[in-house]
Design a protein. Structure first.
Length: 170
């Protein structure tokens, strides 16, 4: 692993670039790959806005990247953050279909981006699909929990009873 400030480069990045360029490292294909990775990570980063996550760095790897930091978010938000990298790639794909680009850049942003996008959606860790596909179920669970009364834990009940008894005894 190579470090450049807050950015960490995983060894798979070289393999990803080689596969992405089909062993023909043309400048615009490589540039397109770098821009795809940047868009992917930016998608994750934008999805953390307004959360308690403190992003301290980024790990770039063959299929995108992941945020490094501290903090916790709800399971539904975690799924949304995972999905946001893929959504950023999708936005780039749609944009590339609307504008005229040089052939290699068009290829990078459409067909090869589509392959990376689909690979990222495979529901296996550490790919984004492992979290992203849980989003509908997690949103439904969050919605249901809003309508259920909160049930205190046994430890909280013990503490509340002890507090009440101590007030009564005074």
């Amino acid at each position: 692993m190579l470090r450049a400030g807050a950015i960490r480069l995983h060894w798979s990045l070289l393999l990803g670039a080689l596969l992405f360029c089909a062993a023909q490292p043309r400048p615009l294909l490589l540039g397109g790959y770098a821009l795809l990775l940047a868009a992917h990570v930016l998608g994750h980063l934008l999805a953390t806005a307004g959360t308690r996550l403190h992003v301290g760095g980024v790990m770039l790897h063959a299929l995108g990247g992941e945020l490094l930091g501290e903090g916790d978010v709800s399971p539904a938000r975690r799924s949304f953050i995972a999905l946001s990298g893929v959504l950023a790639q999708l936005a780039l794909l749609v944009m590339a279909l609307q504008v005229t680009l040089p052939a290699d850049l068009h290829e990078a942003f459409t067909r090869r981006n589509g392959v990376m996008l689909l690979l990222n959606l495979v529901p296996l860790k550490p790919l984004d699909g492992a979290q992203a596909w849980r989003l509908p179920r997690r949103l439904l669970a969050a919605r249901r929990s809003r309508f259920r009364p909160a049930v205190p834990s046994p430890r909280q009940v013990q503490k509340d009873v002890a507090d009440l008894l101590s007030r009564i005894r005074r």
